[in-house]
Design a protein around this ligand. Structure first.
Ligand code: GDP
Length: 418
C-alpha cells in the first residue's frame, strides 16, 4: 500500500519515517546501531532522519529503500512511503496517477502549527486522489504532551482542510523523536484514545477495483485480424470500471456510435464471458462501425458520461511558465489527447499565506486553481463518479507534463449550435 507523507519542511517527516522503519523492525540488522555509532564518532546528535540518508547511500539496501521510496512492513502488510514531497517529480507522479497513494499523512509541528506547505499540501490532497488522510501533530514532546495545544491545532486543521473538502480520518499526537503513538501507544498521552499511526494504516482497506461503477473503457486501439477469410476488428483497452459481457449494447463517446458486443477476447485464453474493472479487454462488435483511440466505450443500459468541449476543473500547475490564456496546450484524459486553451481562472489559491485571490488571468507555478478549459473538440468525461480514466487529466506543454487535475463539471458550449 502506497502512503504519501507530506507537510512543511522541518516539521518532522523524515524523522517519523525513520522511526517507523526502526519501530516496525524493518531496518536491516545493525543499521540503527551503525548510524548511532557514526553520529557518536562525529560528535553529532543522532537523528532518526539520518537512517533514511544512510539507507540511500547504500545501493544494496533495496529491501528498505530505493531512490525515492521507503519500504516498511507491519504484521498486516508491506507499505511504500512515497518520499520527497515538495518535489516536482512526486507531484507529477501523483497527479498523473503514475504513483497513486492510498493514504496521506500530513505532518504538522505542534509548536509551529499550520505553515505554507501545510496549506499547499492540504489544498493538493483532493487532487492527488488519496482516499484517506490522517494528520500527525508531531513534536508533541515539545509542547509537554499538552492536550489543549493538540486540540486547538486539531480544530484549526479540521476547519481548514474541511474547507477543501478533505475529511481527516484520524488526528494523532505523535513524537517522531520519542516514537510516541507511531508503532506503540504512548503513556505520555493518556488523554488520546484514537489509533496509533500503524493502527491507522493497518485498518485501511485497499480500494477494490470499481466493478460496481458504470462500465468505462478508454479505447486504446482498434486492431484488424484476418482469420480464415473472416475480417475482425478488435476494440482493445483497459477496463477502468464496471463490467462488460457478450451481447451488451455498447456506446462510444464522444462519437455516440453504437453496437453490440459479439465476442470478448482474452490474451492467450479462451473467449471470455465477462471483462471487469482492472483487466485488459478486447471485443468484437456485431456491426462494422468505425471507432478509434481516444473514445470511451460505455454500456447503453448504464449511466452515460458527459460529452463536453468546455470543462470546469480543479488543477495544479507545475510549469515554470504560468498557464495563460491565448496559448495552446494539450490535454490528455484517458487515451484521448486534444488541444486546449485556458478560458478563465475562476478561483485561485496561492500557495503562500496571502490567501485566495478572486480573479486572475493566469495560474502560476505551484498554484491550485479552479478553471474553465476549452477543448479543441468534445471529449467524454465523468465529473462525479470518481473514475480516474475519465475524470482526471494532465496538461502537456512542449512535450512535458506541466499540470494536472480533476474534472469538476461538464459545461455547455455557448458556441455550439442549439
Ligand atoms: P522534515 O524536513 O519534515 O523531514 O523534518 P525532519 O524529520 O528532518 O525534522 C526536522 C527537525 O525536527 C530535526 O531536527 C528533528 O530532530 C526534529 N524533530 C522531528 N520530530 C521531532 C519530535 O517529535 N520531537 C522533537 N523534539 N523534535 C523533532
Amino acid at each position: 500500500m502506497n502512503i504519501a507523507v507530506v507537510g512543511h519542511v522541518d516539521h518532522g517527516k523524515s524523522t517519523i519515517v525513520g522511526r517507523l522503519l526502526a519501530d516496525t523492525g524493518t531496518l536491516p540488522d545493525g543499521k540503527l546501531e551503525q548510524v548511532r555509532a557514526t553520529c557518536a564518532r562525529n560528535a553529532k546528535p543522532f537523528e532518526y532522519a539520518f537512517l533514511i540518508d544512510a539507507l540511500k547511500e547504500e545501493q544494496g539496501q533495496g529491501i528498505t529503500i530505493d531512490s525515492a521510496r521507503v519500504f516498511f512492513k507491519t504484521p498486516r502488510r508491506p507499505y511504500i512511503i512515497i518520499d520527497a514531497p515538495g518535489h516536482l517529480e512526486f507531484l507529477k507522479n501523483m497527479i498523473t496517477g503514475a504513483a497513486r497513494a492510498e493514504a496521506a499523512l500530513l505532518v504538522v509541528d505542534a509548536r509551529e502549527g499550520v505553515q505554507e506547505n501545510t496549506r499547499r499540501h492540504g489544498r493538493l490532497l483532493p487532487l492527488l486522489g488519496v482516499r484517506h488522510v490522517a494528520v500527525l501533530v508531531n513534536k508533541i514532546d515539545l509542547v509537554d504532551y499538552s492536550r489543549a495545544a493538540f486540540c486547538a491545532l486539531e480544530h484549526e486543521l479540521r476547519e481548514f482542510l474541511g474547507g477543501y473538502g478533505v475529511t481527516i480520518e484520524a488526528c494523532i499526537p505523535v513524537s517522531g523523536r520519542e516514537g510516541t503513538n507511531l508503532a506503540a501507544r504512548a503513556p505520555e498521552t493518556p488523554w488520546y484514545a484514537g489509533p496509533t499511526v500503524v493502527e491507522f494504516l493497518d485498518a485501511l482497506e485497499e480500494e477494490p477495483a470499481p466493478v460496481e461503477k458504470p462500465f468505462r473503457m478508454p479505447v486504446q486501439g482498434v486492431y484488424k485480424f484476418t482469420a480464415q477469410g473472416d475480417d475482425r476488428r478488435i476494440v482493445a483497452g483497459g477496463v477502468a470500471s464496471g463490467r462488460l459481457r457478450v451481447g451488451d449494447e455498447v456506446l462510444f463517446y464522444p462519437s455516440g456510435k453504437r453496437s453490440r458486443v459479439k465476442t470478448l477476447e482474452g490474451f492467450n485464453v479462451d473467449p471470455r464471458a465477462e471483462a471487469g474493472a482492472g483487466e485488459a479487454a478486447g471485443f468484437t462488435l456485431t456491426d462494422q462501425i468505425y471507432v478509434q483511440r481516444g473514445e470511451v466505450a460505455c454500456r447503453a443500459d448504464e449511466e452515460r458520461p458527459s460529452v463536453a468541449a468546455r470543462i470546469r476543473v480543479s488543477l495544479f500547475w507545475l510549469g515554470t511558465q504560468p498557464l495563460v490564456r491565448g496559448r495552446q496546450y494539450r490535454l490528455k484524459l484517458g487515451t484521448a489527447s486534444v488541444g486546449m486553451e485556458l478560458e478563465a481562472v475562476e478561483q485561485l489559491v496561492d500557495a503562500s499565506e496571502l490567501g485566495e485571490r478572486d480573479t486572475a488571468d493566469a495560474v502560476q507555478r505551484h498554484e491550485v486553481a479552479e478553471c474553465v478549459l476549452r477543448l479543441e473538440r468534445p471529449l467524454a468525461v465523468d465529473a462525479e463518479i470518481g473514475i480516474a480514466a475519465t475524470g482526471r487529466f494532465v496538461i502537456v506543454d512542449e512535450w512535458e507534463i506541466r499540470g494536472g487535475g480533476i474534472v469538476r463539471e461538464a459545461l455547455p458550449d455557448p458556441q455550439a449550435a442549439v
